[in-house]
Design a protein around this ligand. Structure first.
Ligand code: KYN
Length: 266
């Protein structure tokens, strides 16, 4: 927090983005600082294997606080979106956590649409950590399928310690099958590996050597698919971070990396 001048806690509002019978996780933390129509929204998506109730929107707070306190070329707002979770065997008492793919992704899309309708959000970037990175890149196809919502594609997507191909993940880590099946069901129903499908924004894939939960494999394979499916004019960067899987979010290295690319956004 050393560099912070604005204490973002003072501008935070927690809002529900679901109109009917909202689930308690269908909320977002909104950091609304500027009403400028040209404002860039910085949207954080948390991870936690689609199920860990201890990992919520608040894990993005350090990053958002620091980024909102630097001078960017465009006035900026931020939000961190919660989404419904799948069951976790260590928390059987959380009987309301019954989400199954594509609930998580549909919730994130509903959160983005809420920001568009309520705050007039037009330009935004997505920053996803771990399973949040999966969700961030899943938005590309969801948004293109639903062009009518009026929501533009993100100007940039940052995947941090991300999961981008669940079949490959389970092949590398058979022990992860449990949480993958909990979130996505049987193997025959698993979604295909993610790619960019002609996206012409900026894709940043960042990963740390010290990540104890994920090797570089997910990021390396995603890099290959991105190279093949990035549209003309789009950009792809692969960046090395520092720290363990969750610690990465607390590092100045991550903050500096995000700031650098945000400053260069056209
Ligand atoms: N993000 C991950 C990536 C790979 C493997 C595990 C995780 C987890 O978050 C596990 C979580 N602590 C869980 O118990 O569900």
């Amino acid at each position: 927090m050393a560099r912070s001048e604005l204490d973002i806690e003072t501008v935070k509002s927690v809002e529900s983005y679901a109109s009917e019978f909202p689930h308690e996780l269908q909320t977002l933390d909104v950091y609304h600082i500027t009403r400028a129509p040209s404002a860039l929204w910085i949207i954080f998506l948390h991870g936690g294997a689609w199920r860990d109730p201890r990992v919520t929107s608040s894990v993005g707070k350090n990053l958002l606080a620091q980024v909102l306190n630097t001078s960017l070329p465009t006035p900026a707002n931020a939000a961190a979106i919660n989404y419904r979770l799948s069951p976790h065997p260590s928390f059987p008492e959380l009987t309301q956590n019954t989400a199954k793919h594509p609930d998580h992704a549909n919730d994130v899309l509903a959160g983005l649409d809420y920001l568009r309708v309520k705050y007039g959000m037009r330009q935004y970037v997505l920053i996803g950590h771990s399973a949040g990175a999966t969700l961030a890149f899943q938005m590309l196809s969801l948004l293109q399928k639903r062009r009518t919502t009026g929501l533009a594609l993100p100007k940039a997507i940052f995947g941090i310690e991300g999961i981008y191909d669940i079949a490959s993940l389970v092949k590398e880590y058979p022990g992860y099958r449990e949480f993958i099946e909990g979130a996505f069901g049987e193997e025959k129903d698993w979604p295909d590996a993610l790619s960019l499908g002609g996206y012409t924004g900026l894709a940043v894939l960042a990963h740390s050597d010290e990540d104890q939960l994920l090797s570089w494999r997910q990021t390396e394979e995603m890099k290959g698919r991105c190279e093949d499916t990035l549209g003309v004019g789009g950009g792809l960067r692969v960046v090395k971070l520092a720290g363990q899987h969750d610690e990465v979010l607390e590092t100045d290295r991550l903050v500096g990396m995000v700031e650098r690319y945000l400053k260069d956004l056209k």
